[in-house]
Design a protein around this ligand. Structure first.
Ligand SMILES: [Zn+2]
Length: 462
């Protein structure tokens, strides 16, 4: 019955990098989408005689890849970019906390729109956000982000973050920027009950995400882990980002960050952690043994002079590694496709030199690796029949890329590639480089207005 058959989109004549288990690639191939799933991927033309084809795309001069998966971000920082430009992490945080503590729902909504628009127009099909600043009486901040993600049309993991260790308890944030333990646990459980959708093809997951060892009590780490496991959701936090954090953990807990995470229930295959820059061999072995994932954020780590994460060693040990933009107060570009290149380049400055990462490994970090750390490899991360139709068609026949024969090298090593089409769940979110779902110019105006409003409020309060 034609009326009930799924609508099909046929993409042909493009190079295809599937990022499947064998890194299968086709120099000239096809992808057929049926409804919200991939029906077939292969060499040459699409199968003939397909019913209900609503669109045919000639992919000549293009590369099709899985959609990019971002595994670490702080959307609200979109309206505090370009500040504390020459600080390390702790000084940068101390400079920004007082401003961040003045955000409200309108600001977070605009910032989320800006963050999501920037990522989506650069090929991100699954976004995540780690939001941990909840000033009292400022509205439904998590709900504002979820609304923005729904409007942008990307798949989304909203990590309900938190801070309860203020300066008077030996923490880094000022006391007025933190919540109470009970309030956090109650709000986090309510967010899971209200929003988390665990079904196949879900557009929205919730994760439990206390901010970091230096802003969260040990009790919140323990209780947060218990809550996440009782509810069957994932756990996320920052870990081993800087030498200052390592020193802080030794002074306060008498052990390094990884041992501290282990002691509080924070290693496991349902956990992923941002950064993991300062890890010794036994830390990496502990992550590998437990299946704990890593969100590698090369630009942010460079911006804050944090160091170079040992990604080649993590991959060799079997640690799941994805890529993250991180908040845009420490990575003003806010794009993930450029992080493929930055991950490769920055890791080659480390001990493994030219053997650190190759272009295909970088693409894998940004796609399948992201799906791994978000616990979604059955659904996304590679172009395979039966998986969700999240894919990007990169235009590689323009001046920036046409003279590079290897399309994956052109994508990863070359300039940021334009996007002809990006599908999320079978729906076009980008067409010819522009978002179809939101008005980019309107978002630019509202983010500027909200950034200026926040700056005024922060200046008046100081
Ligand atoms: Zn972060």
């Amino acid at each position: 019955m034609a009326g009930t058959a799924p609508e099909r989109i046929v993409i042909e004549n493009c190079a295809v990098a599937t990022v499947d288990a064998h890194d299968t690639e086709y120099a000239a191939g096809h992808v057929v989408v049926a409804g919200n799933v991939i029906e077939s991927v292969g060499a040459g033309a699409a199968p003939e005689g397909l019913a209900n084809v609503v669109r045919r795309v000639d992919g000549t001069g293009h590369l099709a890849t899985p959609g990019l998966v971002n595994t670490h971000h702080h959307f609200y920082q979109w309206i505090t970019r370009g500040l504390a430009q020459d600080s390390n992490l702790f000084n940068w945080l101390v400079a920004l906390y007082p401003t961040w503590a003045r955000i409200d729902e309108e600001m977070v909504y605009a910032a989320a729109q800006g963050s999501l628009a920037m990522m989506a127009r650069g090929g991100v099909t699954t976004a995540m956000d780690h939001h941990y600043v909840f000033p009292r009486g400022t509205g439904d901040l998590l709900g504002a982000e979820i609304r923005a993600a729904r409007e942008t049309g990307v798949r989304f993991t909203a990590a309900r973050g938190s801070m309860d260790r203020g300066a008077s308890d030996g923490g880094l944030p000022p006391d007025f920027a933190v919540e109470t333990l009970d309030g956090i646990l109650e709000a986090t459980e309510a967010a899971i009950d209200t929003h988390h959708d665990a079904s196949f093809g879900s557009m929205l997951h919730i994760a439990v995400a206390p901010c970091s060892p230096f802003s969260v009590s040990t009790e919140l780490m323990r209780e947060g882990a218990k809550l996440a496991r009782r509810k069957g959701v994932r756990l996320h936090t920052h870990g081993s980002e800087t030498v200052e954090e390592e020193k802080f953990c030794h002074e306060l807990f008498g052990m390094g960050p990884t041992d501290y995470f282990e002691s509080t229930g924070w290693l496991g295959d349902d956990v992923w952690m941002a950064h993991c820059v300062h890890m010794n061999d036994s830390d990496i072995a502990a992550f590998a043994r437990t299946g704990t994932g890593v969100a590698h954020c090369p630009s942010s780590n460079a911006r804050l002079a944090a160091g170079i994460a040992r990604v080649p060693d993590m991959l060799a040990a079997g640690v799941p590694v994805g890529l993250g933009v991180d908040g845009t107060a420490s990575n003003e570009s806010g794009e993930l496709h450029t992080e493929l290149r930055n991950a490769l380049l920055i890791n080659r400055l480390g001990g493994h030199r030219e053997n650190a990462l190759n272009a295909r490994q970088a693409l894998r970090l940004g796609t399948f690796g992201g799906a791994q750390v978000l616990g979604r490899t059955a659904e996304i991360g590679s172009l395979e029949a039966g998986k969700l139709a999240d894919l990007v068609l990169w235009k590689l026949d323009g001046i920036g890329h046409a003279s590079i024969a290897d399309p994956v090298a052109a994508l990863v090593l070359g300039a940021a590639a334009p996007i002809t089409l990006s599908l999320v769940n079978g729906r076009a979110v980008v067409e010819d480089g522009r978002l179809t779902t939101v008005d980019e110019d309107a978002v630019a105006r509202s983010t500027r207005a909200e950034a200026q409003r926040l700056a005024r409020i922060a200046a008046d309060a100081s």
